[in-house]
Ligand binder design. Structure first.
Ligand SMILES: [Zn+2]
Length: 184
């Protein structure tokens, strides 16, 4: 815990059940995992197996710049499929990029848009995390995000014993609970 804000652990790019061993390493640590709906499919079984995990959507197929290719109608259609497959109302656009059409669809469907400085497109009334005022100002938590793909620079999973201790007791927040509603 830093500055009194709880740590928020997020893992991206879950598309295959063979990756679940990595999730098991964390024990019952509350976390948010972004799955790729068109590859991973239904998450109802996973929610029963990992009830402490919030499963968000990482695009629909996680192709590069996927959300930039979505019209509002396509975005709505893809996101509705994700919701029907059991995903939480939470979208992390692949490559962190999206435009106003995806933002409008999220607003209509009540989906929290997990964005970064890479794309900051907001419509009034939508819910976003961390939101237009940015990371530092109204951060209710300290996000730690990495991919379930191992990489040498950010292999938090490889170092999970220490990482787990670091997070112990600080979990329980999610991008859903920390999201802000965008004002005019
Ligand atoms: Zn990805």
């Amino acid at each position: 815990m830093k500055n009194g804000a709880p740590n928020l652990l997020e893992l991206t790019d879950l598309w295959d059940e063979s990756q679940l061993g990595l999730l098991e390493q964390f024990g019952d640590l509350p976390m948010t995992v972004y799955g790729i709906p068109n590859k991973l499919g239904d998450v109802e079984g996973l929610k029963k197996r990992f009830p402490w995990v919030t499963f968000g959507m990482h695009g629909f197929e996680c192709t590069p710049y996927e959300c930039l290719t979505w019209t509002e109608e396509v975005a709505r259609e893809r996101l509705e499929i994700g919701l029907s497959l059991g995903y939480a109302p939470l979208l992390l656009p692949p490559g962190w990029v999206y435009d106003i059409e995806t933002a409008e669809a999220c607003k209509e469907l009540g989906i929290v848009l997990r964005h970064s400085f890479m794309s900051k497109v907001f419509v009034e009334g939508m819910r976003a995390f961390p939101g237009p005022d940015g990371y530092r100002v109204q951060m209710k938590c300290m996000p730690l995000i990495t991919s379930l793909l191992r990489n040498n620079q950010r292999d938090w999973i490889g170092n999970h014993p220490g990482f787990k201790d670091f997070l112990r007791g600080d979990g329980g927040v999610t991008p859903l609970s920390c999201a802000v509603e965008v004002e005019a």
